[in-house]
Design a protein around this ligand. Structure first.
Ligand code: MG
Length: 391
C-alpha cells in the first residue's frame, strides 16, 4: 500500500469471528486502514455498536425485518441497506478499495462478484466463494485486474511463501496445507460414533464459529481449503496436500522442485492473516505479538488418517472432477453439520451424508453461476433426505 494513503475497507460479516478480528486489526492500524462499510446478517445490536465505533456512513443488514430496530440505534446520517441487494450495494461502494467477505454460507457469493465487477480488490474469508465458483471468480478477477487476497490462515501463509517466488508455476512441486487435526485427531475410529456436539465444539488451538469448528473436527474444513487453494494459486488438485500439525504454528508450506520448503509461522491469531491481506504488499507493525521460540516445546507433523476421516478424499474427488461437484460437496456438508448440531445424525454420518449427495448429484462441467446455485439447492435436498433416515 502507498504510504500515507489509507486502505478503505468494506467488511461483510462484521459481527462474526473474522469480522470482529478485522475490526481489531483496523483499530490497531487506524492510520492505515479505514472501515467504510459494515454488513451483518441479523445481529443489530452488535452491528450498531460497531458502526458507532468506526463512524461508517454505510451499513447493511441482511435480515430486512431488523431494519427498523437498527434505524433506532443509529444517527440519521448513516445509510442503511438491507437484504441481498444491501450486501451488493456495499460491495460497490465508490469509496471502497477492498471488500472483505466473511459471511457464512452462499450469501457472500454474489457480493464477491459485484466487488470484482466494480474493480475492488477482494479479500476472501468465506470458503464458499472459491469452493463453489472458483473458476468464475478467478476468471473475472483477472479480467478486471483486481487482486484476490486470502484471509484464511493457510492460504494467507501460502500467499506469503509465494511472495518471493518469481519463477513459473512448474517450479512449485506441492502446496502443503497444515491442519490442527481437531479434537479427535487421536480418537479411535469406532469411538467417533460417540462424539457429542459439545466434544466437537472444543477446538484445541483456534477460537472460531461453530460451523468451522465442527468442520475442523471432521477435516471438511481442510477439504474445502484444498479446493480453495486450487483456484487461488492455479495449482492442480494433485499437487495440493494436507498434513496434521497439532500446534497450529506453521500455517502452511510451499515445496519447490529443488526440494526447498518455505513455511509461514506465527501464533494462532487470525489478526496475522487479516492484517497481511489488508496491508498487502506492505508489512506494518500492528501490535501483533511475534512467536517466542524459547516457549515452543515442539512442532509435530503427521499424515492425516484418510480412512477414518474421509473428508480429504471426498474433497480431492470434488476438486478433480470440478464443475458443480465442489458446490455439492460444500452444500451437503453444511446440511450435515446443521443436522449434527440438532442431534439428528451422528458425527461419522456427516461424511456419509456428503458421500451420498455427491453420488446423487448430476455433474455439470464449466457451470454458470445459476447452475452452481441450482446444484447447491439439489445437494441440500439430497443431503436433507439422507439426514432424515441415516443408514
Ligand atoms: Mg483455515
Amino acid at each position: 500500500m502507498t504510504r500515507g494513503k489509507k486502505r478503505r475497507v468494506v467488511l461483510l460479516g462484521s459481527t462474526g469471528s473474522i469480522g470482529v478480528s478485522t475490526l481489531k486489526v483496523a483499530k490497531n492500524l487506524r492510520n492505515e486502514i479505514e472501515i467504510v462499510g459494515l454488513a451483518a446478517c441479523s445481529n443489530v445490536a452488535k452491528l450498531a455498536e460497531q458502526a458507532l465505533a468506526t463512524g461508517v456512513q454505510n451499513v447493511a443488514i441482511y435480515d430486512k425485518s431488523k431494519e427498523k430496530e437498527l434505524r433506532a440505534l443509529l444517527p440519521p446520517s448513516v445509510k442503511i441497506h438491507t437484504g441481498a441487494e444491501g450486501l451488493n450495494a456495499l460491495s460497490e461502494l465508490s469509496e471502497a478499495d477492498v471488500v472483505l467477505v466473511a459471511i457464512v454460507g452462499t450469501a457472500g457469493l454474489q457480493p464477491a462478484l459485484t466487488a470484482i465487477e466494480a474493480g475492488k480488490d477482494l479479500a476472501v474469508a468465506s470458503k464458499e466463494i472459491l469452493v463453489m465458483a472458483g473458476e468464475i471468480i478467478t476468471a473475472k478477477a483477472s479480467e478486471k485486474g483486481v487482486r484476490i487476497l486470502p484471509v484464511d490462515s493457510e492460504h494467507n501463509a501460502i500467499f506469503q511463501c509465494l511472495e518471493g517466488h518469481r519463477g513459473p508455476d512448474r517450479e512449485i512441486s506441492r502446496l502443503i496445507l497444515t491442519a490442527s487435526g481437531g479434537p479427535f485427531r487421536e480418537t479411535p475410529a469406532e469411538d467417533l460414533w460417540n462424539v457429542t456436539l459439545e466434544m466437537a465444539l472444543k477446538h484445541p488451538t483456534w477460537d472460531m464459529g461453530p460451523k468451522i469448528t465442527i468442520d475442523s473436527a471432521t477435516l471438511f474444513n481442510k477439504g474445502l481449503e484444498m479446493i480453495e487453494a486450487r483456484w487461488l494459486f492455479g495449482i492442480g488438485m494433485d499437487r495440493i496436500e494436507a498434513i496434521i500439525h497439532p500446534q497450529s504454528i506453521v500455517h502452511s508450506m510451499v515445496e519447490f522442485i529443488d526440494g526447498s520448503v518455505l513455511a509461514q509461522l506465527s501464533r494462532a491469531d487470525m489478526g496475522f492473516p487479516i492484517q497481511y491481506a489488508l496491508t498487502y504488499p506492505a508489512r506494518l507493525g500492528g501490535g501483533l505479538k511475534p512467536l517466542d521460540f524459547t516457549e515452543l516445546s515442539k512442532l509435530e507433523f503427521s499424515p492425516p488418517r484418510l480412512e477414518d476421516f474421509p473428508a480429504l478424499g471426498l474433497a480431492r474427488e470434488a476438486g478433480l472432477t470440478g464443475g458443480t461437484l465442489p458446490a455439492v460437496f460444500n452444500a451437503a456438508n453444511e446440511v450435515a453439520v446443521e443436522n449434527f448440531r440438532s442431534g439428528n445424525i451422528k458425527f461419522p454420518h456427516i461424511w456419509e451424508c456428503v458421500r451420498h449427495a455427491m453420488n446423487d448429484a448430476v455433474k455439470t462441467e464449466t457451470p454458470t453461476l445459476e447452475q452452481i446455485l441450482e446444484a447447491d439447492k439439489s445437494a441440500r435436498v439430497s443431503a436433507g433426505s439422507f439426514c432424515r433416515n441415516p443408514a
